[in-house]
Write a protein of this length. Structure first.
Length: 123
């Protein structure tokens, strides 16, 4: 689980985790159907087995199929992904992320969106 905490999952592994969070659970076939530019079925099964070995997913047997679910809470996964995003692109500083979001050249936020951000900051 240490690799997960450090944000060291591959792009595909992150995609699979996102799919499992979104669906709640899924078989290898269901995960495959949700992946953009999907690899082969065997590759998805191998990826799920790898994620299970890392302690990030677990499975239950349903007849002849394995049904996979995330073994870590989605909130924790989001926090870890955000830490990785901050470290990679924003020098680990949340203020740099916010400044980037508010840059008028990059974003065209509506007055309502700006008001919601202000309320979040105030609270």
């Amino acid at each position: 689980m240490k690799r997960f905490e450090e944000g060291q999952l591959s792009r595909r592994e992150r995609q699979v985790m996102d799919i499992l969070f979104r669906l709640g659970q899924g078989t290898a076939q269901e995960v495959l159907a949700e992946l953009p530019e999907p690899p082969g079925y065997s590759a998805v099964r191998a990826m799920l087995a790898t994620l299970e070995a890392k302690g990030l997913v677990h499975h239950a047997k349903d007849s002849r199929r394995y049904v996979y679910t995330a073994a870590v809470p989605e909130k924790r996964a989001k926090r870890t992904a955000l830490k990785q995003l901050l470290a990679t692109f924003f020098e680990g500083k949340p203020e740099n992320l916010v400044a980037s979001l508010l840059d008028p050249q990059d974003q065209h936020l509506s007055h309502e969106e700006i008001d919601r951000i202000r309320k979040l900051i105030d609270s």
